[in-house]
Design a binder for this molecule. Structure first.
Ligand SMILES: [Zn+2]
Length: 275
């Protein structure tokens, strides 16, 4: 049994309906999925999907470059109201940092400057703590920022936020620091790509009780299917690759990631489902 801990269903890239995607996933042993909101509108949509399907749960949050035109406090208040609107919300995010490396650091209308990304992220950490929900962290080129924000928050409040680094693509040294803070590490199909080899060190060394698998569907199809739209059922391929990298059986890996997902997303585990 597997859980796709991070996907975007529904999404306009799909010709299949959510019902089709969910039943095909279930046929491949993907018992539950967590669909992720990236802005206020999108969060409403994923909540609706989670309410409609027993095996679907939702995490809602504001991606670094979403809701740019709205004051951050207002955005967070609206997000808070959405969290209170459904029992099927099991996490806050995806949220975090998205820092362009190219010349793009010139801000456009649709890009949030770094100091505001930091503020938006820290307010979502606060909300996650307030609601006792795990964080789903998006991180592009923001290793130091992510750690600084988490540590700053832990110092001020004397409590530790918990959560997962989604679609992990960074170094073992960064993973180690997140693990020390109590975070989980989630692997996507990037570990199946030839270019994903640098992530294998973390895929090998992260403790088995701290790893999760995800698709990030419709993005990031596994190697061999990269011309296709990714679907939750393909999380199996990532799980197989992760088992191979760790030199353990698929069953052992599947059981461990299933238990880990239930431990982290405890509100999901508290709601028994039949897929
Ligand atoms: Zn995502």
């Amino acid at each position: 049994m597997l859980i796709d801990t991070h996907c975007h269903v529904p999404d306009e890239s799909y010709e299949k309906t959510p019902a089709q995607l969910i039943s095909e996933a279930s046929a491949e042993g993907v018992e539950k999925l967590i669909t992720i909101g990236t802005n206020l509108e999108d969060s409403k949509i994923v909540i609706k999907t989670a309410e409609e399907f027993e095996s679907v749960f939702a995490a809602i949050g504001i991606y670094p470059h979403e809701e740019v035109q709205r004051p951050i406090d207002e955005t967070i208040q609206k997000l808070r109201e959405l969290v209170d609107s459904s029992n099927k919300i099991v996490g806050i995010g995806e949220c975090g940092f998205d820092i362009a490396t190219e010349t793009v650091n010139v801000q456009t209308q649709t890009q949030r400057p770094l100091d505001e990304q930091r503020m938006l992220f820290e307010k979502q950490i606060e909300l996650a703590m307030e609601k006792d929900l795990p964080l789903i962290i998006h991180n592009r080129n923001g290793d130091a920022e992510v750690l600084n924000s988490l540590k700053r928050f832990a110092n001020i409040t004397n409590t530790n936020p918990t959560g997962v680094a989604h679609c992990f693509t960074s170094t073992w040294s960064f993973a180690k620091q997140l693990l020390d803070l109590g975070f989980y590490i989630s692997f996507s199909a990037i570990i199946t790509y030839p270019s994903g080899k640098p992530i294998w060190e973390t895929a090998q060394k992260a403790p088995l009780d701290k790893v999760l698998v995800e698709t990030d569907a419709p993005f990031l199809s596994p190697q061999g299917l990269r011309n296709k739209v990714n679907e939750p059922k393909y999380v199996k391929m990532t799980a197989k690759t992760l088992a191979d990298i760790r030199n353990i059986s698929f069953e052992e890996l599947a059981n461990a990631t299933y238990e880990n997902s239930c431990r982290l997303f405890k509100k999901m585990a508290a709601q028994p489902t039949k897929a």
